[in-house]
Write a protein that binds this ligand. Structure first.
Ligand code: PEP
Ligand code: MG
Length: 538
């Protein structure tokens, strides 16, 4: 049996699909002759064109002409004699085929991403795809098409990037296993959002499990059985059945008000990462959105989303929630959330560095684009702006001043917008200590226990070795939460929690006692959270 961290509840059984993490590293490839390297290059290009043409035909049938056009565009780009001749020149100068591909494609990527035009910038992302595919072919590294795995697959990888999770068809994936990540890592958050059982931080799982092995995954206890016996399968299926029955019984809480036994009203909201997730919240009877992690809009692309793209995403969510509260967090980048094209400098201590609100206040143009999109989208619903990682009053005042500046600009441009409430995440000890002062500056708090636990306990939230200290029940963390709620109450502002602890059935009674108003949890935990609140006798 393999053991890891149970990061997304549920039981899953299925065939292993191991997604190799083979790096596209070609340092070991030796230069033979220029002719040989050119032949290797030509063969790789031919294979790429053949495979891409077949993929384009398949996509045309399944998704339509528009999607297929992107792939056909890749063929046209690579058929351009200029690109190929540049690669050949590199080979003549002594490069192996891999280096020639890397150098020339990177040159094009840099050139395209520097242009201030969305279509040209998209080209950079196309060339990146071409580069990766050619390097995979040249190095003989297999690429698994995650979107096409068979029903009943258990996906195994060192880690899942948002683009990998984005390709997952949740009907076909029974479970997810990784070698890294903890309960608050982004793989875990995304697995929970999709309702797929996940066990993370299993040492060497990519080596321990072979492609095609049958695996039974227990996402509650973080256990994985490879090649289970008939008895083990039966036992597993029994547990799965009982779990599904429990889940079914939660449906009685659909659409029910969230009130404690003695009639105190609370609200259960959902956390989302992209506009489409809003459906998941509605399907689970969420009363609002308590956290839209907008960094996901910025990830897995070559350039930042434009104001229009952001406006589209925020207004889609606002419309879908039909007047219910939608709390959108401004870009929370840095720390464990790297976005390469934003060129965040490598730092000794990224969690204590230039991240979140600090990065945004420094990169005003980028921040203002997001604020403008939020102000404009608020015309379509009940949007509130939430600032991440606040540590001092000045940050809030500066952000509010920028919001006012954006309003002025929009007014001059004749663009419609609404005034929106501004709140903060309380996720640093500093914000807790001054929460009485901060409460006078903002309309609401949302407690981010994922970071607050880490910063309070001085523990890296992704490091399995100090996992025992990463505990929301540590007295210091409990006191931090209690202080924040009490200071919000004293100032008369709304206080919610959007860290994972908001769904912790053992913590919920304390949160109710202290007076938390709103619990924002992953969509799959909404009904259980409502049940726990409704059953509490206060
Ligand atoms: C938190 O820190 O609790 C939080 C909700 O934000 P994130 O997990 O995205 O850092
Ligand atoms: Mg956080």
């Amino acid at each position: 049996m393999l053991k890891g961290i149970g990061a997304s509840q549920g039981y899953g059984i299925g065939k292993a699909v191991v997604i190799s993490d083979a790096k596209l590293d070609y340092n070991h490839v030796k230069f033979t002759t220029a002719q040989n390297e050119k032949d290797r290059l030509q063969k790789a290009v031919d294979t790429f064109i053949k495979e891409t043409r077949k993929l384009a035909d398949d996509v045309k049938k399944s998704a339509g002409d528009k999607e297929a056009e992107i792939l056909e565009g890749h063929i046209v780009m690579l058929s351009d004699p200029f690109m190929l001749s540049q690669m050949q020149e590199n080979i003549d100068a002594g490069s192996v085929a891999e280096k020639a591909v890397d150098t020339v494609c990177t040159m094009f990527i840099d050139m395209f991403s520097g242009v201030d035009d969305e279509l040209t910038k998209q080209r950079a992302s196309d060339v990146k795809d071409i580069k990766d595919s050619l390097l995979h072919i040249l190095l003989g590294v297999n690429q698994v098409d995650i979107s096409k795995v068979e029903k009943g697959s258990v996906l195994i990888a060192k880690d899942f990037t948002p683009s990998m999770t984005g390709q997952i068809n949740k009907d076909n994936v029974s479970a997810i296993l990784t070698e890294v990540g903890g309960i608050t890592s982004h793989s875990a958050i995304l697995a929970r959002a999709m309702g797929i059982p996940a066990v993370l931080s299993i040492p060497n799982v990519c080596g321990e499990v072979k492609n095609g092995d049958l695996v039974a995954v227990d996402g509650f206890n973080g256990k994985v059985i490879v090649s289970p016996s008939d008895d083990e399968i039966k036992d597993f299926e029994k547990k799965q059945e009982a779990y599904l029955k429990d889940k079914e019984s939660l449906k009685q809480y659909f659409g029910k008000p969230t009130v404690t036994k003695s009639g105190i009203k609370k609200a259960v909201y959902g956390n989302i990462g992209k506009a489409e997730d809003v459906q998941n919240v509605l399907q689970n009877s969420g009363e609002g959105i308590g956290l839209f992690r907008t960094e996901f809009l910025f990830m897995d692309r070559q350039n930042e989303p434009s104001e229009e793209e952001q406006f589209e995403a925020y207004s889609t969510v606002a419309k879908a929630m039909d007047g219910k509260e939608v709390i959108i967090r401004t870009l929370d980048v840095g720390g464990d959330k790297d976005i390469p094209y934003l060129n965040i400098e490598k730092e000794e201590n990224p969690f204590l560095g230039h991240r979140a609100i600090r990065y945004c206040l420094y990169n005003k143009e980028l921040f203002k684009k997001q604020l403008r999109a939020l102000l404009r989208a608020s015309v379509f619903g009940n949007i509130k702006i939430m600032l991440p990682l606040v540590t001092c009053v000045e940050e809030v005042r500066k952000a509010k001043a920028l919001i006012e500046e954006c309003k002025e600009e929009l007014k001059c441009e004749g663009k419609e917008y609404r005034s929106v409430d501004v709140g903060i995440m309380v996720e640093t000890p500093s914000a807790v200590f001054i929460s009485d002062i901060l409460a006078k500056e903002v309309s609401f708090f949302s407690i981010g226990t994922n970071d607050l636990t880490g910063y309070t306990m001085a523990v890296d939230r992704g490091n399995a070795k100090v996992e025992n200290l990463y505990d929301v029940f540590q007295p210091s963390v409990l006191r931090a939460i209690e202080t924040t709620i009490k200071n919000a109450k004293a100032a008369g502002i709304q206080v919610g929690m959007c860290g994972e602890a908001a769904a912790d059935t053992k913590l919920i009674p304390y949160l109710i006692e202290w007076g938390l108003d709103e619990f924002s949890v992953s969509p799959g935990s909404i009904l259980q959270t409502r049940k726990t609140i409704c059953e509490y006798d206060k």
